[in-house]
Design a protein around this ligand. Structure first.
Ligand SMILES: [Zn+2]
Ligand SMILES: [Zn+2]
Length: 144
C-alpha cells in the first residue's frame, strides 16, 4: 500500500461510507467506561486524523450524534447502530474513527492502552503495549 493511498471504511449496513487521507496522527486502544458502553466491547481501538483529511462519501444523513459528555459526542449509523466516530473539545482539529470500521489496515498500528485504569477484569491484553491512565487517560501507571 502506498503511504498516501486513501483509506476507506464504513458501517455494518453500508449506508455510511467514508474516506481518510493519510497520514493519520495516532492509534490506541481506549478502555474508558464510555467507550466500553458505547461499543459494547472490552475496549475500543481508535485512530485520529485531522478533519480536512476525513470525508463522508455516502450516508452523511444517516449519521446520528450522541452527546456522550459535556465536551464530546459520538457518531453512529442511525440505521444499523454501528458506533463510528468521536469528536471532543480536547482534540478540536481531529476526528477519531473506530479502527474496526476500516476496510483494511491503516498507516500505523496501535501504540498503547489508554484509560487502562478503567479496564475490565475479564480481559488481559497480551500485546506488551504501554498501559496508561490517570485523569487524562494518557499517563504512566504504577505497575500492579
Ligand atoms: Zn449502517
Ligand atoms: Zn474511551
Amino acid at each position: 500500500m502506498a503511504d498516501d493511498a486513501v483509506l476507506s471504511g464504513g458501517c455494518l449496513c453500508g449506508a455510511v461510507r467514508f474516506e481518510v487521507t493519510p497520514p493519520t496522527k495516532w492509534c490506541a486502544h481506549c478502555h474508558c467506561s464510555l467507550c466500553r458502553r458505547a461499543h459494547g466491547a472490552a475496549f475500543v481501538t481508535w485512530f485520529g486524523v485531522e478533519r480536512p483529511q476525513f470525508a463522508v462519501t455516502s450516508g452523511d444523513g444517516q449519521i446520528a450524534w450522541y452527546q456522550s459528555s459535556a465536551t464530546a459526542r459520538r457518531g453512529f449509523c442511525a440505521r444499523c447502530g454501528s458506533t463510528l466516530f468521536f469528536e471532543g473539545e480536547r482534540w478540536p482539529t481531529e476526528i477519531h474513527i473506530a479502527l474496526a470500521h476500516m476496510d483494511g489496515p491503516i498507516d500505523r498500528a496501535p501504540v498503547a492502552h489508554v484509560f487502562y485504569d478503567s479496564h475490565v477484569s475479564w480481559f488481559e491484553p497480551g500485546d506488551g503495549l504501554r498501559r496508561l491512565g490517570g485523569p487524562s487517560g494518557n499517563e504512566e501507571l504504577e505497575p500492579d
